[in-house]
Design a protein around this ligand. Structure first.
Ligand code: 164
Ligand code: MG
Length: 369
């Protein structure tokens, strides 16, 4: 049984090495809340709130998550005892959405649970891979900067390249990339920058052998995504549209996508990620793990979930050094020749560096039962 006796929220901020642009948002200073959970037997688990400072990706923010953790989710966590982290889903279920806040606690509980089983997080989740293929994201920038970055990441050995697109920069960009890199595994992420009216424009992308187009239309529009998918050869991958397992079921049933991007934070944690994974597997929909410009803590959770069998496409899990001068885990996460080794030691498998947390910390708040 797991009984939690203390939760500490570390609110930190780090500068990205280079600012990150997508069609819907921009990040330079990355705020995060690191969630340190301690059980009665002295085992510590770590989670991370991956919401951004403003609601440009989904509606949650660092402040909304902080508020709800403090007022609701931490007091609830402290009230119960747990045989398994899945039980938290039920404890939090009376409260709608706010999945990134919920996921941060649940991930920490998974970390504790794995340590108590003396197994890696990957093993307790049912992972089957010893290493995962690493992909990389190229944010919106000038065409020439994006080309330079792609070359750099090709040289580093990454196995999949995702470029951000928008109606202002799409066909010509992809055309130019394909001229220089005819065969790289390439995909485009639009972060909802298009409307169904843009169908002719999107159809023009079919000739570039993209692995998929991610989230072309609005997050709440799986009907139009289905109409679009029926007319496109290129598979659609849904990101923002899938926040629950039910969303995934409906999108699959309607034919709104042929691939799903799972981000544990977006869907409420590792338990929900596993459920969506299983549903997709049954329906022959491959999945991959997205990224949230996160620290090594959330990256470690992502690595663990990406070892499940239906994560067959390289995701957005890249080296810590892509964004950070120094990551707050040791060893840092490193893709070597486009591959990340999955840690085998109990729990997360990385040591969290409290010295660095202190260095980047804006505030620390402790809650006890
Ligand atoms: O973490 C990474 O390396 C990539 C992150 C990334 O591409 C995204 C994070 C958050 C919002 C988006 O702009 C984008 C995505 O939609 O996947
Ligand atoms: Mg996306």
């Amino acid at each position: 049984m797991i009984k939690i006796k203390q939760v500490t929220l570390h609110h930190i901020v780090q500068s990205l090495k280079t600012p990150f642009h997508s069609s819907s948002g921009y990040v330079q200073q990355r705020e995060s809340i690191l969630v340190e959970v301690l059980d009665e037997q002295g085992v510590t688990g770590w989670g991370e709130v991956v919401a951004f400072s403003t609601p440009w990706y989904t509606e949650e923010t660092i402040s909304t998550a902080f508020q709800l953790l403090k007022d609701l989710f931490i007091p609830l966590l402290l009230q119960h005892t747990y045989k398994h982290p899945d039980e938290l889903e039920h404890v939090f279920s009376p409260f709608k959405r706010n999945f990134m806040a919920k996921a941060s606690i649940q991930s920490a509980l998974w970390d504790i649970y794995a340590q108590k089983q003396n197994q890696s997080l990957s093993a307790v989740l049912g992972g089957v891979r010893k290493e995962i293929a690493s992909g990389v994201v190229i944010g919106l920038a000038s065409k020439s900067e994006m080309m330079t970055q792609i070359q750099q990441y090709v040289d580093e050995g990454y196995q999949r390249f995702k470029v951000k697109i928008s109606p202002q920069q799409d066909i010509e960009l992809i055309e130019e990339i394909r001229k220089s890199f005819p065969d790289i595994p390439l995909m485009a992420d639009a972060n909802s920058a298009y409307e169904l009216n843009d169908i002719d424009r999107l159809k023009q992308l079919d000739k570039y052998k993209l692995m998929m187009i991610e989230q072309p239309l609005a997050a709440d529009d799986i009907i139009d995504h289905a109409k679009l998918q029926h007319q496109l050869d290129t598979p659609i991958c849904l990101d923002e549209s899938i926040v629950t397992c039910e969303d995934a079921r409906k999108a699959i049933e309607l034919g709104s996508c042929r691939v799903i991007n799972i981000k544990p934070g977006r869907v409420g944690g590792l338990t929900a990620s596993k459920k969506i994974h299983d549903l997709c597997e049954k329906n022959n929909i491959p999945v991959w793990c997205g990224g949230m410009i996160e620290t090594g803590i959330s990256r470690a959770h992502n690595i663990a979930i990406a070892t499940l069998p239906n994560f067959t496409i390289p995701g957005d899990i890249s080296s810590s050094s892509k964004y950070w001068e120094e990551d707050i885990v040791e060893p840092e996460i490193t893709a070597v020749n486009g591959t990340i080794k999955v840690p085998t030691n109990p729990g997360l498998g990385y040591i969290v560096r409290k010295d660095l947390i202190e260095k980047y910390r804006l505030s620390k708040t402790v809650y006890t039962d």
